[in-house]
Write a protein that binds this ligand. Structure first.
Ligand code: MG
Ligand code: MG
Length: 251
């Protein structure tokens, strides 16, 4: 069942979303060669404490960190560690929190110093695919419109869609119905309605689409070890169209 949120509930989710966006922005400003993902994880946790927010991922099914930090060939759910980031790396950070009973969830991929042009294009295409999907997140549309928008954008650019992980409804639970795949057919699936809130999150590989999970039981990497990018926003459907709850209002 897809849980519709009232206006008052979306107001509360806006607060959660804004806090996610602000913390991700702080992390983004810290990312440079020499910084470790453990430092970023600690920063995110401290910021949650200051804001009376509870990290969404730490302890979720046993996940041990506040952020998912997934460099280069890691797709999602990577573990923070004390290895310094290097010039030319890319780093995906996925972060969520709960404030006043409601979750926010967002992800970004950030360049560490100068990166290869093809890797920059991977990031740009992934972000643009998310934007294309959000444009389809309107009342009267269908869930498949979102999925097809991502798939078409990514595949036309020559990259591949990860199929093992999907977006999701979000609200009082981190993961609610419906699943939001990054592949599919327009005009199919549940009808989109005002009050739905979706976490839309394309994961895009520069090489083959396949992923595998490492022995830690979490870290997903590309089978060909080529880089992967991930962007995510929590998006509310309103009568006026999509509202991105996890975007900084200064953007
Ligand atoms: Mg996320
Ligand atoms: Mg998510």
């Amino acid at each position: 069942m897809i849980i519709l949120k009232s206006r008052a509930e979306i107001d509360r989710m806006r607060v959660s979303g804004r806090n996610v966006a602000e913390i991700l922005q702080m992390l983004r400003e810290r990312i440079k060669p020499g910084v470790t993902t453990l430092e970023l994880d600690r920063l995110a946790e401290e910021e949650c404490k200051k804001r009376n927010a509870k990290p969404a991922f730490k302890g979720y099914a046993g996940f041990p960190f506040t952020i998912c930090s997934s460099p280069n060939e890691q797709v999602v759910h990577g573990f923070a560690n004390d290895e310094p980031l290097k010039e030319g790396d890319i780093l995906s950070i996925d972060f969520g929190l709960i404030i006043d009973g409601f979750y926010g969830d967002s992800a970004m991929t950030v360049a560490v110093g100068q990166i290869a042009p093809e890797t920059q294009r991977l990031m740009d295409v992934t972000q643009a695919a998310l934007d294309a999907a959000i444009a389809k997140t309107v009342p009267g549309g269908r869930l498949g419109d979102i999925s097809e928008a991502v798939q078409t954008y990514v595949e036309n650019a020559g990259f591949s869609i990860v199929r093992e992980f999907v977006g999701h409804g979000i609200g009082r639970n981190l993961h609610e119905s419906p699943q939001v795949p990054n592949f599919g057919k327009a005009g199919t699936g549940p009808q989109l309605k005002a009050g739905m809130v979706l976490a839309i999150e394309p994961m895009v590989n520069s090489g083959k689409p396949g992923v595998k999970v490492l022995e830690d039981g979490w870290t997903a990497v590309t089978v060909d070890r080529k880089p992967s990018a991930h962007f995510e926003h929590t998006v509310a459907i309103t009568d006026q169209g999509p509202e991105i709850l996890t975007r900084l209002t200064t953007d």
